[in-house]
Design a protein around this ligand. Structure first.
Ligand SMILES: [Zn+2]
Length: 329
């Protein structure tokens, strides 16, 4: 693909520059509107906060911010476009659905696979709703351990639409599982493995799992830097350095999966409700911000023997090659 859809227009893959491949301006779990106990959402405050965050990220040379919010997690592409205009950051949004347990499943559970593929295609070629804003790629997602029927249908739909529209795919995986299954499903539909970035692969502490994804030919996301409640960053850094040491730096993409604004209260499980996400994050995971890579992780990667060339490959070159799609990593 020579053209990348952004929320404010198009660009070429070469123009993407330094890219954070997985961050969020805003996230709300399905039904967030029903939680009247949450602090009210103030759009202008949320926008000011997002623009301030994007400007901090820009001081590290980041030119492109990919927000792969699926359709069912409070995606608001007009909000993204307003933030892009106010900050000058290039922002890319996605079409696609979240995994079964945490997404909205009724409509997509009952639609035929090719209707879902046509919906994704429409959001990429015509635009999202009446906004005229076009998705730049497709989000896919799987739960922990096994791919459900529903998830398999959405992955199949995504692969068909990706093939027709010549766009990449970005994934959510849960607990560092099912990355190889995602590769298998999309390649069986004729999409080359190098069109997929297997997200959240840093949820696994198993070097063998990482190598399966690399051997499968896909990009691998170490994209939850700073989420130390899942795994300490030192473990992520060890695995990144090991992949680079083995010559796999052309597969690795780096990001944080940070969330700038919450719609409703984040819910971690039955009864596990976070009343004040800012306070909870500051206390439990103070480094979970989209500048953490540049402030703390890159210096540690250098200490672990990763060269500046390899770092630039991961932060600047891999996202461009993934979007261009013409070349395997
Ligand atoms: Zn995410």
């Amino acid at each position: 693909m020579n053209t990348v859809n952004t929320v404010t227009g198009t660009c070429t893959p070469d123009e993407l520059g330094r890219t954070l491949v997985h961050e969020h301006l805003m996230v709300g779990f399905p039904g967030w509107q029903m939680d009247a106990l949450a602090a009210g959402f103030r759009r202008n405050d949320a926008k000011a906060r997002a623009v301030d965050m994007l400007q901090k990220v820009q001081t590290h040379g980041v030119k492109t911010f990919l927000d792969p919010c699926p359709m069912d997690l409070g995606r608001d592409v007009e909000f993204m476009a307003e933030c892009a205009q106010a900050s000058g950051m290039r922002i890319i949004c996605t079409t696609g659905g979240y995994f079964e347990e945490q997404g909205i499943t009724f409509t997509f559970r009952n639609l035929p696979v090719d209707d879902i593929a046509a919906i994704y295609e429409k959001e990429i070629t015509d635009g999202i709703g009446e906004t005229g804003i076009r998705a730049g790629l497709i989000k896919i997602a799987t739960g922990a351990g096994t791919v459900s029927e529903y998830e398999r249908k959405l992955l199949t739909a995504a692969a068909r639409a990706a093939k027709r529209c010549d766009v990449p795919l970005i994934s959510h995986t849960q607990e560092g599982t099912c990355g190889p299954d995602q590769i298998e499903i999309i390649t069986s539909e004729g999409v080359p493995a190098h069109r997929l970035l297997v997200g959240h692969s840093d949820g696994s502490d198993d070097a063998g799992y990482h190598r399966k994804i690399v051997a499968g030919g896909s990009y691998i996301g170490f994209d939850r830097l700073g989420i130390e409640a899942i795994l300490p960053d030192d473990v992520r850094i060890k695995h990144i350095a090991s992949l680079v040491n083995d010559g796999h730096e052309r597969h690795v993409c780096l990001s944080h999966d940070s969330t700038c604004n919450w719609l409703g209260r984040p819910i971690l499980g039955p009864g596990l409700v976070i009343d004040d996400p800012d306070a909870a994050i500051a206390e439990m995971m103070p480094h979970w911000t989209p500048t953490h890579l540049f402030e703390r992780v890159i210096p540690k990667l250098r200490d672990a023997g990763v060269s500046d060339e390899a770092i630039t490959t991961m932060t600047d070159e891999n996202p461009a090659r993934w979007f261009a799609g013409s070349e395997a990593p």
